[in-house]
Write a protein that binds this ligand. Structure first.
Ligand SMILES: O=C(O)/C=C(\CC(=O)C(=O)O)C(=O)O
Length: 306
């Protein structure tokens, strides 16, 4: 078995020495979107992957959590691990209940495997529709997966890009479990936040009260920055109006996360401390920030926590 992996050319490694955020995260804050990668020697990357990342281990993730001031993590299976959830489950178990997970499973997953994933802390599955990351899965396969996970009380996380929403919307609305949208459905932030494309996205969120939205990844969505580097306090201003609209209209179903270790960025790698300082720009009041960072993710992933 290959355990010696060569990173995709041009790969940017995660930022090794993040600053400490000026914005003090509230007690109980959850980093609700992050990943672990490998290490490849212990948890090999999937043969069908579209990129090979640098390693980003559970210990490195938990060190970042503590450094930034988060209490908990939601670790999302990335496509470079395919439907092999071993690295994810290992991280969840090691977190001692302080991390929950979102897995990738195929329709032929066994009941036993689902039970083990649930016991490790998995509470959802991710369906990825971003063409550079995955080959399209038949929709019937996805619905078969939903049927398998619904009895466990899990939800479905969907990742897609804004131009694909019109095609996907009816399918999404037919999924009979709660939905969580990654990265605001990847809007084109050069367009008007009050224009038809983002309005279509907001209408999708309005269509059901159990559709949640991650207001994440300004570093991925931004076009003219400035990047969260070198002490920059006003990073990613072009993304703010989009995220703020979602936070203000749907304060009880928004989530935030770092997206560490930021796979597939090609322009720059953000300082995660400065990324945390982005939050007050999109959630301007302490009440909104508490819902975004504590109440909402805790309700979705730790409903029994006090
Ligand atoms: O980190 C993210 O959420 C976004 C990703 C990677 C990804 O989703 C995956 O590999 O599964 C991206 O846009 O390349």
């Amino acid at each position: 078995m290959t355990t010696d992996f060569e990173k995709t050319p041009g790969w940017l490694d995660w930022y090794a020495d993040p600053s400490r955020p000026r914005f003090r995260l509230p007690e109980g804050a959850v980093d609700a979107h992050c990943h672990v990668f490998g290490p490849g020697a212990a948890f090999p990357y999937a043969p069908e992957r579209k990129y090979t990342p640098c390693d980003a281990s559970k210990d490195q993730l938990f060190a970042l959590r503590d450094h930034l001031g988060f209490t908990r993590n939601v670790i999302v299976q990335a496509t470079c691990h395919g439907a092999d959830n071993r690295a994810l489950a290992d991280a969840l178990r090691a977190s001692k209940g302080m991390a929950r997970g979102v897995a990738t499973v195929r329709p032929d997953v066994s009941d036993e495997e689902l039970r083990e994933l649930h016991e490790a802390g998995v509470r959802g599955v991710r369906f990825n529709f971003v063409k550079r990351l995955v080959d399209a899965a038949p929709r019937q396969d996805l619905l078969d997966v939903v049927e398998r996970i619904a009895p466990l009380g899990w939800h479905v996380v969907v990742y897609f890009e804004a131009p694909d929403l019109p095609d996907l919307c009816d399918f999404f609305l037919s999924i009979p479990v709660p939905l969580v949208v990654d990265h605001m459905g990847r809007p084109d932030v050069t367009k008007d936040p009050d224009g038809p494309e983002f309005e279509a996205f907001l209408n999708f969120l309005r269509a059901r009260p159990d559709i949640w939205c991650k207001v994440t990844c300004p570093e991925r969505l931004t076009v003219d920055g400035p990047p969260a580097l070198d002490g920059e306090r006003e990073a990613y201003r072009d993304v703010v109006p989009f995220a703020r609209r979602v936070v203000e209209e749907f304060p009880d179903r928004v989530l935030w996360g770092t997206d560490w270790p930021h796979p597939n960025l090609t322009d720059h790698m953000p300082d995660d401390g400065l990324l945390v300082d982005f939050v007050p720009h999109i959630a301007p009041t302490p009440e909104l920030r508490h819902k975004l960072l504590v109440d909402n993710p805790t309700r979705l992933y730790w409903p029994d926590a006090d």
